[in-house]
Design a protein around this ligand. Sequence first.
Ligand code: PLP
Length: 416
Amino acid sequence: MPIPQSVVPGVERPLPSRNRAVMDRARAHLLQNYKQQPIVLERGQGVRAWDADGNVYLDLLGGIATLPFGHCHPEITAAAKAQLDRIWHTSNVFYTEPQVALAELLTSLSGLDRAFFCNSGAEANEALLKLARKTQQPGRFEFVCFETSFHGRTLATVTATGQPKYQKGFEPLLPGVVHVPYGDLEAVRNAVGPRTAAILVEPIQGEGGVRAAPQGFLRALRTLADESGVLLLIDEVQTGLGRTGKMFAFQHEGIRPDGFSLAKGLANGLPIGAMVCTEAAGTALVPGSHGSTFGGNPVAAAAAVATVRLASDPRVLAGNLDKGEHLLAGGRAMQARQPTLVREVRGRGLLVGIELSFDAGPVVTRCRERGMLCNLAGDRTVRLAPPYIVTLDELDEGLRILEEAVVAVAPPRSQV
Ligand code: PLP
């Protein structure tokens, strides 16, 4: 039944909130497994999104690094729409051209040889782990992973994730996973042994607070992996597709992993994941050994082809680095003005974390109330992962809102 706007003639009442109405339905019937921000996003264009009550937001989160070209980019939308009019789904029992085109693009851009498609980052990492087990058997079955990492929510990937809060209650976890401190080469050296199948690492730990590996770390892991006969697997789910200024973040170190994973931005928001590997690593996954019903779905793959073509433009990659430098410089200027409130500003390209000296949750809330979307990466770090089409003015607008929010909600004792 519609809610009456006013029961007393002539007495104005506030319009019923459409945000509220949808959230009430969500609370009644959705699994309550997310800490959701209390707005219903209904429409988006570029770096702006509108909620169900018509409020507009500057979206500097981009679906958490999942919208490289913002909401409803015309070229990507057109590619997906054209494919919707051709064929939606075939099963991987048959070939489809967009999937092949995407594999060609990803292998030529990475220098690796083969691609497998799935539907999410967790599935892409799961494929990497299965690939390593199958390639390295018998004998080598262990994975060396990192503390504070994040690799997904399936049982294998949550085991690989180095954060107990995501694992609690789901034990027993997958056997054969060891965690060592991120960036600690000596610890990796000590952990790698005759039973090690692979090392799995993020170039920048996104969920772990936007923390980059020390320079040279990935290259040192490559050398160690070669010397020890283990595979080097890189999780590029959050960092891939040009976000850090190179098509894949491992390219900053000039290395070639045995395999890497992609998802998030790959189809600019349509669900798709990819595992890309070398010829040698890939041969173990013979027909029937691994698969996915929806993996590489032609609509998602067509959107991904359009996204990858746009993202791999050298001007876009250079732009991401420049915009990232601008964002980091702006964040550091804020830190200089608010030294007790802002602890560290870090990241690379358009993946930036601003660590505060206090719980950042209220800052995210205040930013949203002032018309800017961001989120948390850890309890004290505000994450910005804007679309690549963001302008410098929009980044400045976001930084202004963020600083105002930090100052407004900081607890009194952190303002000394
Ligand atoms: N790996 C990394 C580095 C991620 O950031 C994420 C998601 O945040 C995942 C894996 C999991 O991806 P998905 O949520 O698509 O399964």
